[in-house]
Design a protein around this ligand. Structure first.
Ligand code: NDP
Length: 277
C-alpha cells in the first residue's frame, strides 16, 4: 500500500502515476487530495493515461482528516508500505501577506502538518517500508544564508524535539520582526524545508522497525503551479528521485536518512556560494 499526500496535481500526481506503473496492479496506490472534486478530476486524468490509483481524501492541515486516513489504512490493510509526503505550500514571491503570516502558515503546513502525518502513519509502517519527504535545495540556500552561529547549530545532529523548538522559534521571531537578528534568512518556505530536512535526519536516527528507510529529496525546479510554471523540469522528471526513494529495494544499505537531488546524496553542510542548479 502506497500513499502520496497532495497528489491531485503537480509532482505528487506524477509520483502516483509512476508508482502505479512501476509497482503494478498488486499494489494499492493512493492518490490523496484535500478537495474531493480535484481528486476525482485527477483520477479521471490518470485513467486516460492508463493507470487507476485508489483515492482517499486527505487534508494534512486537518487532524481529523489525517486520523481518518490512518484508521482506514489500519482497518483495510493493517498498515502501509510507502509514504510520500509531497503536500506543501509556498507563498508567491510577490505576495503582500505579512511575513509573520507567511512564516506561521508555511511552517504549519510544510513542517508541523507533515510531522502530523508522520505521527499518525509511522505506527502503521510495515517491515521494509519506505518514506520520502519532498524537501528542496532551498534548504541548502537557507543554511548558506544563515548567520555563522546558526549554521553551526543547524549542522550539529539535532533531536526531533530540538527541530520542533527551532521551527517554533522561527515563527515567534517572524511575529516579533526579529528573524534576521536571530541569524535566519527572510524565507518562510526555505526555513520550512530546513525543518523538513532536519526532521528527516532525526526520524531516520530514531525510527524503530525492520528495514524502514526514511529519506528526503529535492525534485528539481519543476513546471508546476507552485513555481508559476517557471521550472524547466516536467512533473515526471520531478517525480524521478521521489519514486526512486519510494521503491528502494529491501535490505538497502544506502541512502538512509539522506537528502537527494537527481538520485545523488547532498550532504548537509555550508557550501559557500551555493546556488540552485
Ligand atoms: P503544487 O503546488 O503544484 O502542488 C501541491 C500539492 O499539495 C497540491 O496537490 C495541493 O493541493 C497539495 N496541498 C497543499 N496543501 C495541502 C494540504 N494542507 N493537505 C493536502 N494537500 C495539500 O506543488 P509542486 O507539485 O510543485 O510541489 C510538490 C512538492 O515538491 C512540495 O513539497 C514542494 O515544496 C516540493 N518542491 C517543488 C519544487 C518545484 O520546483 N515545483 C522544487 C522543490 C521542492 P491543492 O490542489 O488542493 O492546493
Amino acid at each position: 500500500v502506497a500513499v502520496v499526500t497532495g497528489s491531485n496535481k503537480g509532482i505528487g500526481f506524477a509520483i502516483v502515476e509512476q508508482l502505479c506503473k512501476q509497482l503494478g496492479s498488486s499494489w494499492a496506490v493512493y492518490l490523496t487530495s484535500r478537495d474531493k472534486a480535484r481528486g476525482a478530476d485527477a483520477l479521471s486524468q490518470l485513467k486516460k493515461r492508463g493507470v487507476e490509483p485508489r483515492f482517499h481524501q486527505l487534508d494534512i492541515d486537518s487532524q481529523e482528516s489525517v486520523d481518518r486516513l490512518a484508521a482506514y489504512l489500519k482497518g483495510t490493510y493493517g498498515g502501509l508500505d510507502i509514504l510520500v509526503n509531497n503536500a506543501a505550500i509556498a507563498y508567491k514571491g510577490d505576495s503582500t501577506a505579512p511575513f509573520a503570516e507567511q512564516a506561521e502558515v508555511t511552517i504549519a503546513t510544510n513542517f508541523w502538518n507533515t510531522l502530523r502525518v508522520c505521527d499518525a502513519l509511522f505506527p502503521l509502517l510495515k517491515p521494509h517500508a519506505r518514506v520520502v519527504h519532498l524537501c528542496s535545495s532551498v534548504s541548502d540556500m537557507a543554511l548558506n544564508k544563515a548567520s555563522p552561529e546558526l549554521q553551526k547549530k543547524l549542522t550539529q545532529p539535532m533531536s526531533l524535539d530540538e527541530v520542533k523548538q527551532l521551527m517554533s522559534d522561527f515563527v515567534a521571531r517572524a511575529k516579533a520582526g526579529t528573524v534576521q537578528e536571530a541569524g535566519w534568512p527572510q524565507t518562510a518556505y526555505g526555513v520550512s524545508k530546513v525543518g523538513v530536512r532536519l526532521m528527516t535526519y532525526a526520524q531516520a536516527r530514531d525510527i524503530k522497525g525492520d528495514d524502514i528507510v526514511i529519506n528526503c529529496c529535492c525534485p528539481g525546479y519543476v513546471d508546476t503551479d507552485m513555481t508559476s510554471h517557471k521550472g524547466p523540469k516536467t512533473i515526471y522528471e520531478g517525480a524521478d528521485t521521489p519514486v526512486y526513494l519510494a521503491t528502494l529495494p529491501p535490505g538497502i544499505k544506502e541512502p538512509i536518512g539522506e537528502h537527494l537531488y537527481e538520485r545523488k546524496v547532498v550532504p548537509w553542510a555550508v557550501k559557500p556560494g551555493f546556488t540552485i542548479a
